[in-house]
Design a binder for this molecule. Structure first.
Ligand code: FES
Ligand code: MG
Length: 595
């Protein structure tokens, strides 16, 4: 039988006789045989008939942790506290597994699976007797995937992350997840450390259970889940092993039961105002370049218009307040002690930057955070004395692509001096393009002297978008050749149709859409072409005459388009057939109409 779609009545408080969605399964005399069948099998893990028919809300715990998803593995522990909260508030917990996603192990790339976890969670939430759900977020894609699913099904949902790992340390220095890898590979290329030293240095950054402790994509997406209003206030930054996180798990379990009784749904929370708040918070925390992809995707699934142009318009002028790696120096424990997301939002509220959008606790973001200023000003800086001004993303377009973003908060002084301080043209840079077709090509040739890469070249990485790679690889941040690193040139501009890790401090122009694989301008570029980027005009162009571009286009079409490797799994092929560009959130196109 078709389950009832509505979750209870529209009511802001618990009402006697309130009927929930799950009762269409467990208490449905009109369909007695199906009811009996649901009940007898659900009971076999020990639930009583009376419990199932008591009309208590059934709360799903979407379990993302497992041995192959270590960033989220702590949820196996936290789920126990969630269950206790759910039970104490009068609900019944149904924990179920999600398709696992682990950022650093999954081949070809974890982002291939974001839409798969999304799809599978939609099916569970829609097809089973669940009145509300706790989303157990953490590792990069697990946060957007689950919020996207909650948006599609629109039943009451609350998120809780696994929490960042404790700070990493090596010889008295903080070593942050991911960020240390980019530093260590430069050290190894320059001959300062060997393979063993490289591994040791990187391992030091992961001292406990939890997700990345830098402001990489995981901490970013969880901070933004809080800014969107999808978590209890103050929850995103609590380090995984802290006892406060156990308490937060308990309160999250309690709260979702109340949300079901109040029928407080994602569509009440994920409004345009909430997304605008999140974009502003993203600039202030120095958030990942993956955030626009994922937030644009969530917005599409809930039916709110949102584009990369909005990211620049709303976010660019916001200063960087959070001094966390990769843009700054501290790590997750420091961020939590300084006050976490509420302390950042408090600064923004004081400047009138935040709108009163509703959150899961029934109060607005402003009510939750106003006045909760930071306790450590080295970690969370005041709005008037930020780490950097204008810390948001710029949105570029031109004959190379229609949209690509640049994270300006990670531009180093050295980079600025080399590229942006030509007095005649202070906001633009030009260079010779060096083009790589995918990461294998880059690894093979980056140190090849024949490419004649010098300090004024621009590195391109193409064929790594949602269709080309497939799934859009995090490979746009390329290191310069070893011979330049030895001369102290640590970064060259990198441009590409893929992504880069949120833990990377590379001033890349990335997420370029359309990608080379669908015939975007990048497919026409050749090594040796002059390219020009103007940060003031936000333009990105190859300085190649139009007739020559038309000739290359004809040639490309004759060759059957930009070549990319065949799919290796059924899912790769299915997704390639229906996935949208990065600027449109990399969503599955047929999925967005289900709202
Ligand atoms: Fe999973 Fe960073 S690799 S959180
Ligand atoms: Mg990543």
């Amino acid at each position: 039988s078709r389950p009832a779609n509505a979750a209870g009545k529209k009511s802001k408080s618990a009402k006697a006789g309130q009927r929930f969605r799950s009762q269409a399964w467990f208490d449905n005399p009109a369909n007695a045989d199906m009811t009996a069948l649901y009940i007898e099998r659900t009971m076999n893990f020990g639930l009583g008939l009376e419990e199932l028919q008591s009309g208590r809300p059934i709360i799903g715990i979407a379990q993302s942790g497992s041995d192959i998803a270590p960033c989220n593995r702590h949820h196996l522990v936290l789920a126990e506290r969630m269950r206790e909260g759910i039970r104490d508030a009068g609900g019944i917990a149904f924990e179920f597994p999600l398709h696992p996603i682990q950022e650093t192990c999954k081949r070809p790339t974890a982002s291939l699976d974001r839409n798969l976890q999304y799809l599978s969670l939609v099916e569970v939430l829609y097809g089973y007797p669940i009145d509300g759900v706790v989303l157990t977020t953490g590792c990069d894609k697990t946060t957007p995937a689950q919020i996207m699913a909650a948006a599609t099904v629109d039943i009451p949902a609350i998120a809780l992350n696994s929490g960042p790992m404790l700070n990493g340390w090596y010889e008295g220095q903080r070593t942050g997840s991911g960020t240390i890898v980019w530093r260590a590979r430069e050290m190894m290329a320059a001959g300062e450390i060997g393979y063993e030293g490289f591994l040791k240095l990187v391992a030091s950054s992961a001292p406990s259970t939890g997700h990345c402790n830098t402001m990489g994509t995981a901490s970013t997406m969880n901070a933004l889940a809080e800014a969107l209003g999808m978590t209890l206030p103050g929850s995103a930054a609590i380090p995984a092993p802290y006892r406060d996180r156990q308490e937060m798990a308990y309160m999250t379990g309690k709260r979702i039961v109340e949300m079901v009784r109040e029928n407080l749904k994602p569509s009440d929370i994920l409004t345009r105002a909430a997304f605008e708040n999140a974009i502003i918070v993203n600039s202030a925390i120095g958030g990942s370049t993956n955030a626009p992809i994922h937030l644009n995707a969530i917005a599409r699934h809930i039916g709110v218009p949102l584009s990369n142009a909005d990211w620049e318009k709303l976010g660019y002028k916001v200063p960087l307040l959070v001094n966390l790696q990769p843009a700054g120096e501290y790590l997750g424990e420091d961020f939590y002690r300084a006050g976490g997301v509420p302390a950042v939002v408090a600064e923004l509220v004081a400047k009138g930057k935040i709108q009163p959008a509703l959150t899961v606790n029934g109060k607005t973001l402003i009510e939750n955070c106003e006045g909760h200023f930071a306790s450590d000003r080295k970690v969370i800086l005041p709005y008037n004395k930020p780490l950097k001004k204008d810390a948001g993303f710029l949105n570029f377009s031109g004959n190379l692509f229609d949209s690509a973003i640049m994270k300006t908060s990670v531009i180093t002084p050295e980079f600025r001096q080399r590229y942006l301080e030509n007095p005649a043209d202070p906001m633009a840079f030009e260079g010779r393009a060096v083009v790589f077709d995918g990461p294998e090509d880059y690894h093979k040739r980056i140190d090849d002297p024949k490419l004649k890469i010098d300090a004024h070249c621009v590195l391109f990485m193409r064929g790594v978008g949602p269709i080309g790679y497939p799934g859009a690889a995090e490979v746009v941040n390329m290191r310069p050749p070893a011979y330049l690193l030895k001369k102290g040139i640590t970064a060259l501009p990198c441009i590409g149709d893929g992504r880069q890790s949120g833990t990377s401090g590379s001033p890349s122009i990335l997420n370029a859409s359309p990608e080379a694989a669908t015939g975007g301008g990048l497919a026409l570029l050749k090594t040796g072409d002059r390219v020009r980027f103007d940060l003031k005009k936000r333009s990105a162009n190859m300085l190649v005459p139009d007739e020559e571009l038309a000739r290359r286009r004809t040639e490309l079409e004759k060759a059957g388009g930009y070549a990319y490797p065949p799919s290796q799994t059924p899912w790769q092929e299915i997704q390639r057939g229906m996935v949208d560009e990065l600027s449109n959130g990399m969503v599955l196109k047929p999925a967005v109409k289900y709202q």
